[in-house]
Design a protein around this ligand. Sequence first.
Ligand code: PMP
Length: 574
Amino acid sequence: MDNPEPIETFFSPAVRELAPYEPPDWEGLARRAGVEVDQLLRLDANENPYPLSPRAVAAVARFDGYSFYPDYKALEQAVARYAGVSPENVVLGNGGDEIIDLAIRLFVPHGGAAIVCPPAFSMYSVSLAALERQAVAVPRCDDWAPDLAAIEAAVAREGARLLFVTSPGNPDGQPVPREAIRRLLALPLVVLVDEAYVEFGGESAAPLLAEHPNLVVLRTFSKWAGMAGLRLGYALASPAVTAALHRLRLPYNVNAAAAVAALATLQEPDHALSTVARIVAERERLAAALGGLPGVRVVPGQANFVLCTLDGRSGRQVAGALAERGVLVRSFGQEAAAGPSLAGAIRVTVGRPEQNDAFLDALCSVLGVQGPAVRLDDPPPRSGRVHRQTRETDVVVTLVLDGTGRYDVQTGIAFLDHMLAQVAAHGLLDLTVRARGDLDVDEHHTAEDVAIALGQALDAALGDRRGLVRMGHAYAPLDEALARVVLDLSGRPYAVVDARFDTPRLGTMDSDLVVHFFETLAMHGRLGLHAHVLAGRNGHHCAEALFKALGRALDAASRLDDRRQGIPSTKGVL
Ligand code: PMP
């Protein structure tokens, strides 16, 4: 006899309430926009606008082992090398999404709770619901930072076992400083730091793994490596945790094509990382253009997208109007009701320059405003990104020469942060610096390596140095102090630095590191540099005046002058 009960009564209760994941209706969207499906501008899912590296494509085509179950040893080793950990710290997943699912199953007992900090990536709550675990929401602060005190209270109250933190965050792109992560790791729960976008900015929490077995770092190849459709994510964790994740995961959870493509990508990471640099430069350009539109406010972020709020507008309506023009961006509804409001926001993935142009034109037409003062068809801003890792330090510098003076500097040496902020603000550079160094020894390695990375980023941003004004100088006074920097962006490194300080320390830094910083910067930026403190009593003033003068001189020397076509030297080379 047939079973009389409807089949749904056999479903587990959580599944009955789950909303299905609805992929966009590409055909319908394209029809309404009057374009072909492949003409839709897909800036809604934070995918990489550049294709997989040719080496990876060739490797996937050439591989002849698809009839066998895959083996992950070589890829685990390559991922470990790339992430700066050991292979036993690595577990691969079918996208970062699978790592989220595995972490919930490992750490949160059935019916137990995990903390999410909305606005947050939706898969945390979706997976928790599907697995019949509770999501405890602790909304983020108005400045997007995780609300540490509220999280601490929630852990005590709810007995949560797992916390999701996203850095840089989605949809805001804000990095979570390592100090905040450290504080969260002191709580009696596992902290999953989702670093899906870390290649685009922010500092990784991975160096904390050695001391914190309750840390899991989630990464993905979807964004930086352009592999969203191939599906590959990974977890970095302590060996005890990875051993447990290996027990939980299905034996062949990652498909062979993804493994082959990722291995090839990691054999030549510079290819994918160069697309990251292009996207970062475009992000700054797009953010500047959007910020110049009336009624549009940009949340300056560090990922491969830009979040902006539209005064007095509904994000949903604007996104809908853009979709009618074939441009897809993300807007937000009820799911992000807690924390900073997203009702008037749209999130746009950074595309290729011409795609960003098209998005901007469509947005201007939807908003009924004039095009931006910063045109996207202007030449791309000169930028450089350097990631320098040694046994002593790990430094990432992103520098946009044609910037607006925005900075986000965290070197661990507060005084140096303050000085580099002067260089950015006075040089109108957009500067992001993240450094982690052996400050337990002293500040020397960190300050020196920041100078090296900054010099190299400057050198990269200057490119072939065509059309440059090339020489520039500035005097900067600060009360009784007066400093002068004369610069020649000559490609010939030479430094004359005269700065003496009466005290051995300047705040949190040894005074003699100021001179060393300038000399190192000159060597690695290939600059001719004369830097002099001409007057002053207070060491802080003298140093600050010197860094300000550096910023101003850099601005003057690095400008492009239409009359100076080609290499600015009678020799024809720099
Ligand atoms: N974390 C965050 C914050 C994300 O935005 C995404 C993708 N949108 C993921 C994880 C998962 O990415 P994937 O499954 O493609 O690796």
